[in-house]
Design a protein around this ligand. Structure first.
Ligand code: PRP
Length: 219
């Protein structure tokens, strides 16, 4: 493309790209301000915001309303899959209007990279028996489906009264194993996303939005 353009046009394009990047960084900075402190080192790593804080909050409360209606009188157990699910769980439960319990499992499949290793480890199991309970698994993201397929198989053996899945994000284009997902916040394209519980190398989980990192951050 560069060969076909004059120097002036190339400069204009660079300026325009710089402007877009600057704009994203400014928006990201505003969205990661906590009590007046701007987390520049996080904001500067963001290339694009896919889902804003308000989009997420609205959708999470819609899901909370549906779950409250569907599980009325059933005292479901919300099973949060750590670590990524903790932010979603915290907001989701505060949108529930029914009695419920929460418990946590820690499962790791990714290590510090951006691709699934395919190896699933249970790092922390549930505190209590779930036989006869209505269990709703709360995930931040379903990608290949390997983690959840393993988890559901493991949980079914424990004979819950019902077993359903709620995920904030779903990447259907990446699926390797078919899964029935009962509640989905957003279907997203095949991008490596961070924020709202999702990490890269342990960081960015605290961002209030879901975004995409600049490639130079992870290459
Ligand atoms: C992420 C996410 C899911 C899993 C989805 O967890 O929380 O559990 O990957 O990927 P899959 O559908 O391809 O199996 P991760 O292993 O990154 O751990 P974390 O939640 O502790 O960050």
């Amino acid at each position: 493309v560069g060969d076909a353009l004059g120097d002036g046009e190339i400069e204009k394009r660079h300026a325009r790209n710089d402007g877009i990047e600057h704009g994203v960084a400014l928006v990201a900075q505003r969205l990661v301000q906590v009590e007046g402190v701007t987390m520049d080192d996080l904001a500067n790593d963001i290339q694009e915001i896919l889902l804003s804080e308000s989009q997420i909050q609205q959708r999470v409360c819609e899901l909370g309303g549906r779950i409250s209606a569907d599980y009325a009188g059933q005292n479901p157990l919300l099973l949060c899959v750590l670590k990524g699910g903790y932010v979603f769980l915290a907001d989701l439960t505060r949108c529930l209007t029914i009695k419920h319990d929460v418990d946590f499992m820690a499962i790791s499949s990714y290590g510090d990279g951006t691709e699934s290793s395919g190896v699933v480890h249970i790092l922390k199991d549930l505190d209590r028996d779930i036989s006869g309970r209505h269990v709703l698994v709360v995930e931040d993201i379903i990608d290949t489906g390997r983690t959840l397929a393993y988890l559901l198989q493991n949980l079914r053996v424990r004979q819950p009264a019902s077993l359903k899945v709620c995920t904030l994000l779903n990447k259907p284009s990446r699926r390797e194993i078919h899964l029935d997902v009962d509640y989905t916040g957003f279907e997203i394209p095949d991008r490596f996303v961070i924020g709202y519980g999702l990490d890269f190398a342990g960081h960015y989980r605290n961002l209030r939005f879901v975004g995409v990192l600049k490639p130079e951050v992870y290459t």
